[in-house]
Ligand binder design. Structure first.
Ligand code: 6PG
Length: 242
């Protein structure tokens, strides 16, 4: 594995979730101190989900929630009350219990057809940032067993989008088989910090590929994440690291 990559290996999945939760809170504190607000893009997936639960458990009374602005790095084209919705998961585990006003949570309008939902989300992101570059303070990312991140799948064209901030994609080969709306690599790579959260033995092979200096981004789309002027961190448990 490449020695120059910023890799943090935690003992097991609970330790990873704890470290990820602490990292999110520290990032929020630093962003609010520096710029007065914290813009985060959440990910779906089981590893981020465990981190959201820890934030709720340990930090619910400690966050400066009025300064948080929450977006979804990718979303499934289902209603928010569908068990497959990424925002639905984030609400159940975290957001429902926090004093965050509805205006601070930017849901993808999944009632629109995916191309329109993607265009609408891009417009709302642009409107939110105004004249400033759309630089998220933190983008959380998962890694699929097939090398995808967000909803940028191997073999599908969304991974090549070079001008839009948000696009749509048909499902990849991994479940659930629903259309997606997703941040593109150009938007992800504007982030001040992008953090992969990866856990479990079944991720070992793809993690090894992702961290290899010879990784082929065509096959492992997650290897396209390289913030232009930001930090990239790979956080994983020992089982995923191998
Ligand atoms: C999604 C996710 C996706 C996820 C990875 C890893 O909508 O499916 O955002 O990118 O993060 O598939 O998921 P796991 O951590 O559950 O393996």
């Amino acid at each position: 594995m490449a020695a120059d990559k910023n890799v943090r290996v935690l003992k097991d999945a609970p330790a990873l979730a704890q470290a990820a939760a602490e990292m999110v809170m520290q990032c929020a504190t630093a962003a609010i101190a520096a710029r007065g607000r914290f813009m985060i893009a959440l990910s779906g997936g089981s590893t981020p989900e465990a981190a959201y639960e820890i934030i709720m458990r340990d930090f619910a009374t400690k966050g400066n929630w009025a300064k948080w602005f929450i977006f979804m790095g990718d979303e499934r084209a289902v209603p928010v009350d569908d068990p497959r919705s990424n925002l639905g998961m984030a609400k159940r585990t975290l957001l429902h219990g926090l004093p965050i006003a509805p205006e601070q949570i930017f849901a993808v309008h999944t009632e629109l057809p995916p191309p329109a939902a993607a265009a609408d989300y891009e417009k709302r992101i642009k409107d939110f940032f105004g004249y400033a570059e759309p630089r998220f303070d933190l983008i959380l990312l998962g890694l699929g067993d097939d090398g995808h991140t967000a909803s940028l799948f191997p073999g599908l064209s969304a991974r090549h989008e070079s001008s839009k901030l948000v696009t749509f994609s048909p499902p990849g080969t991994l479940p659930p088989p629903v259309d997606r709306i997703t941040f593109t690599f150009p938007l992800i790579n504007l982030a001040r910090k992008a953090v992969f959260l990866m856990a479990g033995e079944k991720k070992k092979k793809v993690v090894r590929q992702l961290l290899s200096k010879d990784v082929n981004p065509e096959l492992i789309p997650a290897a396209n994440v390289h913030p232009i002027d930001g930090e990239l961190i790979y956080m994983m448990d020992q089982a995923a690291h191998g």
